[in-house]
Design a protein around this ligand. Structure first.
Ligand code: HEM
Length: 155
């Protein structure tokens, strides 16, 4: 692996593999539980972190959703994230990071190839060494509300 680019230092706590359990729901679906693994890595001469995610059904271990993308922090405290989901949905998210509080807040600027989905927000926070997040979405039928939340431990 190459040396850390100084531009990713404010969010370098993400680097590594995280695993834990999540809970999903939405007004229009049955709630569900899942196991999730996130992997953040840096191997670039640019200030970019590569991201990949996999999920499994909690009880059966059957694979569920997966996604991958790139996180691009900027020196001014803003951040841009692109994600491609296994369902075909693509996201461009913009937001900001707080290096002290270790919070990253993202909201979609573009959601493509998913006609029902109008907006996605993702908030990540490091709390007591665990990485927690909440994903919310708005669809053509439902206002912005939580779809996913999880708390993950670093392996
Ligand atoms: C359902 C979007 C991530 C599991 C849905 C629906 C949408 C959606 C639009 C249909 C809701 C409705 O019919 O009203 C998204 C988006 C995601 C995401 C935008 C990421 C930003 C995930 C992940 C999992 C998951 C990570 C699994 C861990 C499910 C399940 C359903 C569902 C089980 C209900 C059954 C089904 O439609 O398959 N999601 N999803 N989703 N999602 Fe997600």
């Amino acid at each position: 692996a190459s040396a850390l680019h100084p531009g990713i230092a404010p969010i370098s706590y993400l680097l590594g593999t995280w695993r834990g359990q999540g809970e999903g729901g939405f007004p229009t679906i049955n709630s569900f539980s899942y196991i999730e693994e996130l992997h953040f890595s840096h191997n670039s001469s640019k200030p970019v972190i590569a991201y990949s995610q996999k999920t499994w059904k909690l009880h059966s271990g059957e694979p569920m959703h997966s996604e991958s993308g790139y996180w691009r922090p900027r020196p001014d405290g803003t951040i841009e994230v692109v994600i491609a989901q296994s369902t075909g949905l693509v996201e461009v998210l913009k937001g900001d990071y707080d290096a002290e509080e270790k919070v990253i807040r993202l909201q979609s600027e573009l959601v493509g190839n998913a006609p029902k989905v109008e907006k996605i927000t993702r908030v990540f926070q490091l709390i007591g060494g665990d990485l927690s997040y909440v994903v919310q979405m708005a669809t053509n039928a439902t206002s912005l509300q939580p779809h996913l939340k999880a708390s993950l431990k670093k392996l």
